[in-house]
Design a binder for this molecule. Structure first.
Ligand code: GRF
Length: 200
């Protein structure tokens, strides 16, 4: 996997940040959190673009709020859409991608073009509970802990190399909603921490 590094000059001046696109489909709380993180001086990334597969993604509101370029692709023709996205990413000089609640599965070809430069946040302690309904699964199995994981994206869903994880304690009272809330709070700490880890 290619290492992502700022050169020494960039580090010295602190001027350069890696231009990053966030891909979302829903609420976008991680998107908002990453925008805030990107604005602090030590952040190695700037958020320059948000891509959504749906107009109804609530998180798109943060693009307007923070004046970030947004683009919606409906993915009707998957291959063509990915081609269009790649063209856009090139045009915007994007070098890093953060998936944050993005509900489409990117193709092998797309991932290859950004090899080692796409990361995702997942609401479970991977490799446990890949895919959907992770909170319900943790509750059904009476797990003591669940949590969240930031990992590199590969063609196989939720299987890429793990960058960082954070555990969250389950209680007998937890419902999928309460657990999601607790975990989301940790996600907002974990995603920036994982990005710092990658670039330092
Ligand atoms: C998060 O729980 C994330 O781990 C998962 O989808 C959810 C997105 O939440 N992949 P938000 O849209 O960032 O609020």
């Amino acid at each position: 996997m290619e290492k992502i590094r700022l050169n020494s000059m960039e580090k010295l001046t602190g001027l350069s940040k890696f231009k990053t696109a966030v891909f979302i489909s829903g609420t976008g709380s991680n998107f908002k959190n990453l925008i805030k993180f990107s604005k602090i001086k030590k952040s190695p990334i700037s958020i320059n673009l948000v891509i959504s597969n749906t107009h109804s993604a609530k998180g798109l509101i943060y693009a307007d709020q923070y004046k970030i370029k947004k683009k919606i692709f409906n993915f009707k023709n998957f291959k063509e859409t990915e081609k269009d996205i790649l063209t856009l990413l090139k045009k915007e000089k994007i070098s890093f991608i953060c998936l944050a609640g993005f509900m489409k599965i990117l193709s092998k070809n797309f991932i290859k073009k950004f090899n080692g430069k796409i990361i995702n946040i997942h609401p479970s302690l991977l490799p446990r509970y890949k895919g959907l309904n992770t909170h319900q699964k943790a509750i059904t199995n009476k797990d003591d802990f669940s949590g969240c994981t930031v990992h590199y994206v590969t063609e196989k869903i939720d299987t890429g190399k793990i960058i960082m994880k954070k555990r969250v304690k389950l209680t007998a009272k937890d419902t999928p909603v309460s657990l999601a809330k607790k975990i989301l709070k940790q996600e907002h700490k974990l995603y920036p921490a994982a990005i710092m880890k990658i670039f330092n």
